[in-house]
Structures are given as C-alpha cells and as structure tokens.
Design a protein around this ligand. Structure first.
Ligand code: GLN
Length: 451
C-alpha cells in the first residue's frame, strides 16, 4: 500500500515537479510484494521494512539505469549496487526509482541536469536547490517517504533547506562510497533526506557500515544515532560564528537562524557567538580541490567502456574528443578545465597545493571551535530558493551560495540541515547544525530538540 501510494503520488506530481529520472513502477511493486511476505512471516522487521525510497541517480543500482543526469551515461545500467543502497535493501527498502540531480552533482540548483530541471514543490517557479534537488523535491512533494542524496559541498543540506526537508551529511568515511559515482572523492558522502530528524537518524543508522571496498571507510564505534533523539539540550554548548552573518546573508534567513538559536537557549542550551575565521577562503579552496578531483574522476568517461559514444569519428583520439564534447554539459566541462588547470605543472603549487593547505587551516579553525562548543549553528544557505534560470547565467554567483556548506566537507565534519521558518515569499528557510568529526549524535540531539 505504501509503495502504491508513492507511485500514485509520483504519477500525479511528476509533470509539475520532475523529481525523477527513472521510475521503476513494475520493479517496485514486485519488490513490495516480496518484502510484504517477509514481513508477514516475521523474517523482516525494523523501521524501514517495506518503506519506499528514492535514490539519487549517481548511486549505482544493479539492473536500473544510473545516469548522473548526464548524456554521457544516458544508457548506463550498472552490474552492481552501491553499498549504501544494499544496506537499505537488507533493511527491506523498496526502490521507487532514481532522482534527478545536477549533472555529476556539479551545481546548486538541479538545472544542469541533461534531462531537464526539477522544480521546487513549494513554488514551481523556483529551483529545488542542488545537486540532490530531485531527492529533496521528491520528499517535499511526498512522492517518496525518504531519499538518499550525496553531499560534496552541500548537495544534501542546501536543497533540503530550499525544499523544507531534513538532510544529514555524515562524517567523511561513515557511509561507504562504493558504487557512488565519484565527483570529489575526498569530499563525497552519501546521506539521508527525509521529513524529520527521527527519520534521518534511523536511515543514517541503517546506511552506516564499514566497507572494505571503500578505502576511506571507517569502522565507527558508536552508530546508534537514534539514541540521540532525546528532547534535551540542557548544558549543550552551541557556537554561532559571527563571520556567518555578514554581507550576502538574506535578512529573513538571518532572523530565522537567530530565532532558532533563541529557542535552543530557552530549552537550556548555552549559546554564544564566536569568530570562526577563514570563512572567506572556503569557497576558493573547495572549488580548486573539488574540480581537481573531478577532472581526474571524469577521465573514465571516454566513450569506450560505457555510456555515450559519438556517431561519426576518425580514429581513437577523435572518438574520445567528440564523445566527451557531445556527452558532457557546459558546467561539467567548465569544472574539468578548471581542475586540469590547477593540477597542471607550473600551477600545481600555486593553486592545488595552496588549496590543500587552506583546507588544513580550515580544519584547524573547526578543531579550535569544537574544543569549546558541542555544535555550531548557522544558515544552510544565504538565501531561500532562487527563481529558475537566475543562477545559470552567473556560475560565480552560484558558487558563492555554497559559503556555509563547503567548509564542512573540507573538514570532513557532519552537518544537518532542517527547516526553521518560511520567508515572505512563502519559501522554506533552513538552518544548519555542524558537529565535530564522529559527533553526529550532537547535531541530531540539538536538531531533534529544536524541531
Ligand atoms: N554546489 C556545489 C558544487 O557545485 C556542491 C555540490 C555537491 O555537494 N555535490 O560543487
């Protein structure tokens, strides 16, 4: 019944929202019937058994199209399933289909998809955010009960804020990246998108696992994230970075975040302002590192092994060139060129190495903050969702919108984005809680108490 209801919602809303690249109605109904049998005979228990889920289209799903919303992977059907998705399947999840995203997760609006943009369910003239815009819109439009997204520089947290849903980017290494098509490998993490903190904690608990197939996977000691769902923040120390409230922050977003801080204070938390420092260096460092890694990761799409191959060509090199030129979109090409440039000899030290040093300093600034505070509270994005088309013409402006999210990935920290108000345009406002490495429970506890 749950799967049928989700598929009916998809049928009713997809024309307006376009959250999905692929909907597997037949497969989902078949799987739902199988899971129902296992539930009935008592083999399958647990909170996610039989619950339908939508998966971002950069996670491999065996036998199901996985495109990264790119023409270059328009026909790619993986022979294996991503570890995080396997973990969900073991818990009895029913996969409804794959959600739309910015091409190769590069973007903040889901407009760079080769298969058309996703629209914000709150107001279809606005973007849902990105790059996990399809996952967040699907949850907001109630086309699924929850979704998986990926976050390299904010791609779970920012669209969650724009769509009025809750999303977690876990500590780097918590969720296996096996089967996640790589963008910036040292930054990428998979995480849950859902209606509330309880659901997110439950899903995160399920997808967390140590995986030998991911060399950066970590054997975590405490993964009982749901144990932090206690309505109690007494004595919790919350830091608010003054540097997050400068120029560029929308006044209504600012007010909503400060009101959230007040609410947590009233519930017994100790709230204090502090100087985080180095905030202005996060975006340049992130875009150098993410694009450098992307330029290397995307070298594998060459028209030989899988995906799109150009029709007419003369020789191998011309085939590579034409396949890549025709297969990748403008934003992806921009990133490959930027990434190749910063890694090229003569510029490596000036850009890439400098960015790595900046990353280390940013981590140190957070370490200093977490010596004093349990969590950091701030906005998830400087504004609410912009109108469709506004960001495409000015990529630099779009990059600047990532100011509050990218440093969390550079430092490997966990972050949660959750709704904290609605602006005068009727669009949701999101707040972000950042924790120290491995301290998901702190952000879950604070978020749950706020909610
Ligand atoms: N907007 C950022 C970018 O374009 C973040 C994307 C992401 O987290 N995948 O790189």
């Amino acid at each position: 019944e749950a799967t049928r209801a989700a598929l009916d919602a998809i049928a009713a809303k997809e024309d307006a929202v376009h959250s999905f690249v692929t909907v597997d109605e037949e497969g989902a109904m078949k799987r739902a019937a199988e899971v129902q049998k296992l539930i009935d005979d008592g083999t399958l228990t647990g909170p996610l058994a039989g619950v339908p889920v939508a998966i971002k289209d950069n996670m491999c799903t065996k036998g199901m199209l996985t495109t990264c919303s790119s023409k270059i992977l328009y026909n790619f059907i993986p022979t294996y399933t991503a570890e995080a998705v396997l973990n969900l399947e073991k818990a009895g999840a029913v996969i409804l289909g794959k959600t739309n995203m910015d091409e190769f997760a590069m973007g903040s609006t889901t407009e760079t998809s080769a298969f058309g943009e996703t629209k914000n369910p709150w107001n279809t003239e606005h973007v849902p955010g990105g790059s996990s815009g399809g996952s967040c819109a699907a949850v907001a439009a109630e086309e699924c009960f929850y979704a998986l997204g990926s976050d390299t520089g904010g791609s779970i947290r920012q669209p969650s804020a724009f769509c009025g849903v809750t999303g977690i980017k876990p500590t780097y290494g918590t969720v296996s990246r096996y089967g996640l098509i790589a963008y910036g490998s040292s930054l990428d993490q998979i995480g849950p998108v859902a209606k509330d903190v309880t659901d997110c904690a439950t899903i995160l608990e399920t997808i967390t696992s140590y995986d030998k197939k991911d060399s950066t996977s970590i054997q975590r000691e405490e993964t009982d994230f749901t144990s932090a769902l206690v309505d109690d923040v007494k004595g919790m120390k919350i830091g608010i970075p003054r540097d997050y409230f400068g120029e560029g922050l929308d006044a209504e977003v600012k007010d909503a975040i400060l009101a959230a801080a007040k609410k947590l204070e009233e519930k017994g938390a100790i709230v204090e302002e502090f100087d985080l420092s180095l905030v202005e260096y996060a975006i340049p460092a992130y875009y150098v590192i993410a694009d450098a890694e992307a330029s290397s990761n995307l070298a594998r799409f060459d028209g030989v092994k899988y995906g799109y191959r150009t029709k007419d060509y003369e020789g191998l090199h011309n085939m590579y060139k034409k396949s890549r030129s025709e297969g990748f979109g403008a934003e992806v090409k921009r990133r490959i060129m930027l990434g190749s440039f910063v890694l090229s000899s003569g510029y490596y030290d000036a850009y890439y190495l400098k960015a790595l040093r900046t990353k280390a300093l940013i981590k140190q600034a957070f370490d200093k903050a977490f010596a004093k505070y349990d969590v950091i509270l701030g906005p998830a994005a400087p504004t609410t969702a912009p109108k469709l088309g506004e960001s495409l013409s000015d990529p630099l402006k779009m990059y600047l919108g990532d100011i509050y999210t990218v440093s969390v990935n550079l430092a490997g920290l966990p972050g949660i984005s959750l709704p904290c108000g609605i602006d005068s345009k009727g669009l949701p406002i999101g707040m972000q809680l950042i924790g120290d490495c491995f301290k998901e429970k702190n952000i879950i506890r604070a978020a749950y108490a706020f909610e």
